[in-house]
Design a protein around this ligand. Sequence first.
Ligand code: MF3
Ligand code: CO
Length: 248
Amino acid sequence: MIMTKSPHEIEIMREAGKVVAACHAELAKFIRPGITTLEIDTFVESYITRHGMEPAQKGYNGYPFAACTSVNDVICHGFPSTYRLKDGDIITVDMVAKHKGLHADSAWSYAVGDISPQARHLMVVTHRALFVGIEQAVVGNHLSDIGHAIQTYVESEGLSVVRDYIGHGIGREMHEDPQVLHYGPPHKGIRLRKGLAITIEPMVNTGTYETKVDSDGWTVRTKDGGLSIQYEHTLVITDNGPDILTAL
Ligand code: MF3
Ligand code: CO
């Protein structure tokens, strides 16, 4: 069942989203060669709890950390570890804050030192792909218009869109209906309506879109070892267009 959010619920989600966005802004200064992904996780957990909210990924379906830290060929759900980031790495950090029973979810990507032109192109295109999708999140469009726009743009840049992991409705649960695909035909699925809160979170690869999961049961990698990057916002559909809740 697809539930829309009340104005009150949306304002609580915006409070959570602002903390997530501010944490990402701090991470942009914190992430550099030599720090470990575990230090990023500690930073995220303390930032969210210091603001009186819960790091909702921790314990979700048994996920052990506050943050997902996905480096280079890791697509999503990368475990924080003692791995030290090195010059040229690219990393996606995903986090969710829970506040007064409601969630805000955002992933952002960071370049570590100087990165290759290929990695830079991947980051620029994936960031743009998020906003190409968000532009479609307007009342009266079909749900699949979001994914169609993202896939069309990403493939025009010679990159591929991950199929196995998708966006979602969000609110009292981290993951609610509807499923938000980042690929597919236009004009399918439900009509977007006022008060619908979703994430849009394209994962984009340099090579194949196919995935594989490590023996830890979580870490998702590109099947061919190519690079992957993700950007994600939580947003709500309004009569005045998409309202991004995980922005400052
Ligand atoms: N934040 C992720 C998403 O975008 C969820 C990661 S699964 C978790 O949906 F277990 F780490 F929470
Ligand atoms: Co999400």
